[in-house]
Write a protein that binds this ligand. Structure first.
Ligand SMILES: [Zn+2]
Length: 467
């Protein structure tokens, strides 16, 4: 049994409409497919479809929400009106009425959303499963930029506004934004609009790398399920970093478990070139898990299918020829048995076993079965540094007062100095931090507690400090 509900939004009207406002409704996967087949062209020549797609792309490029265009006509009023809640297929068109109900005075367009309620009373919002947009064909429309004309409305900025409703935004009354309730001279997405969408869907963040290339960390970048799928759209452009005269976009994903991954990189604008590179906590690449492909997909598209170990990976999108620019689509599916990770455990001559784990993020547990060191339990992790790097190691736990150790390991697995340790000096709570420049070599991170015999879960986060 599915609860349905709908709301009428989207009155870009003469009635007036704080920072961004969210409706409380959202697309579960952070993306929406729109079927677009509006007939005809605007008076000044461009097709309505092209203008609508530019509006979709504007949201997709500026925010973590993705609109995906499909070129076919779907009637937005199918299963609308008369108490119906849509057909879960998006449509867009010019119509004389709002699917049977008159447009209110001065209303230019309406977005009708429907979905599955999050609670029985449907007071807590819903997962949007359908969004249909109708533009009032009693109005005069064209496509233009700049100041708004009195008697001819710019279709493209209204489309931007309606798509904001479609992804879950309400009207914004204070900050400059396309989501203001009245059509205005604003013809493009504003910071408030972008922050609004990212507040719902989690904005991508980025990391500085020692290679001088920023890595995009998508909001949903940690993959732990038995089946995960990722769809990204992007553009290689001259503002990107370049590698050997090819532009490159890098995305970071973390696989919680050993996984099978299938990655497909498609483009009609460029000859795609794909990288999958495992990186260590020091951002060194791990050669055994470094892959690249030019043409294994259909046509000149690129594709990589392989088994990988749990860890942090960078997916690189680039081109086969120099300086190619254009849009691309990246699709990845990852499957795992949920069986965790196959990190090697070695016995040390000092007693405790050591997990060889080069990942920047490690989740572990101090347990009573662990090796005991001066009355405290101890876990050890080994990683290598290939290039001299300054690393910041944070150890956090909600269960015990942490103590973090780092030692260098000499070639014959003999400990060098216990040269760094931290209790809770650096941070305001019981967490620990070490920040230190490391020369190439092998190191152990030790996790233990301040008080005797403490147990519980902890997390280690290692990041590279860029000078
Ligand atoms: Zn509106």
């Amino acid at each position: 049994m599915r609860n349905s509900c709908f709301i009428l939004l989207a009155l870009l009207s003469a009635s007036g409409s704080n920072a961004f406002e969210v409706s409380g409704n959202f697309w579960e996967n952070g993306q929406a497919i729109f079927h677009i087949g509006i007939s005809g062209d605007s008076p000044t020549g461009g097709s309505w479809n092209a203008a609508f797609k530019r509006s979709m792309n504007a949201w997709s490029e500026a925010t973590s929400f993705q609109f995906i265009a499909i070129d076919d006509f779907v009637d937005p009023c199918t299963a609308r009106g008369g108490g119906l809640f849509g057909d879960d297929i998006t449509g867009v068109d010019f119509t004389a009425t709002v699917c049977g109900t008159e447009f209110s005075d001065s209303v230019l367009a309406v977005t009708l959303t429907a979905g599955t309620c999050l609670n029985q009373q449907c007071t807590g919002g819903f997962h949007i499963t359908d969004a249909d947009i109708v533009f009032n064909n009693n109005e005069n429309w064209d496509v233009y930029t700049g100041p708004s004309h009195f008697f001819v409305t710019d279709f493209e900025r209204v489309a931007l506004h309606e798509l904001g409703h479609a992804l879950g935004l309400d009207h914004e009354s204070t900050n400059p934004s396309i989501m203001q309730g009245l059509v205005s001279n604003t013809d493009s997405l504003q910071t408030d609009d972008i922050n609004g969408a990212n507040s719902i869907y989690g904005g991508a963040t980025s990391l500085q790398t020692i290679y001088g290339i920023e890595v995009i960390v998508p909001a949903a970048s940690s993959l732990s399920g038995p089946n995960d799928s990722i769809n990204l759209a992007g553009v290689l452009s001259s503002s990107d970093a370049s590698l050997d005269n090819k532009f490159i976009d890098l995305y970071q994903y973390k696989f919680e478990n050993d996984s099978r991954v299938d990655i497909q990189l498609d483009s009609t604008a460029i000859n795609p070139f794909l990288y999958l590179v495992r990186v260590s906590s020091a951002q060194d690449t791990i050669p055994a898990f470094t892959f690249s492909d030019d043409n294994s997909g259909p046509g000149t598209n690129a594709s990589i299918s392989t088994d990988i170990q749990a860890g942090t990976y960078w997916i690189g999108v680039s081109s086969a020829q120099n300086n190619e620019q254009g849009s691309y689509a990246l699709a990845m599916s990852a499957t795992s048995s949920g069986g965790g990770s196959s990190f090697e455990i070695i016995d040390s001559s000092y007693g405790p076993s050591v997990e060889i784990n080069p990942n920047p993020n490690i989740a572990g547990t101090l347990a009573s079965s662990d090796f005991v060191y001066e009355g405290k339990f101890l876990d050890l992790y080994q990683f290598d540094v290939v290039n001299s790097t300054t690393l910041r190691v944070d150890l956090g736990s909600n269960n015990f007062d942490t103590r973090l150790l780092m030692v260098d390991v000499l070639p014959d697995k003999v400990l060098g100095s216990l040269f760094f340790q931290d209790d809770n000096i650096s941070l305001s709570n019981s967490n620990s931090r070490i920040e230190q420049r490391l020369l190439p070599g092998t190191y152990w991170i030790g996790v233990t507690s301040f008080d005797n015999a403490e147990t519980g879960d902890y997390n280690i986060d290692i990041s590279v400090v860029i000078p």
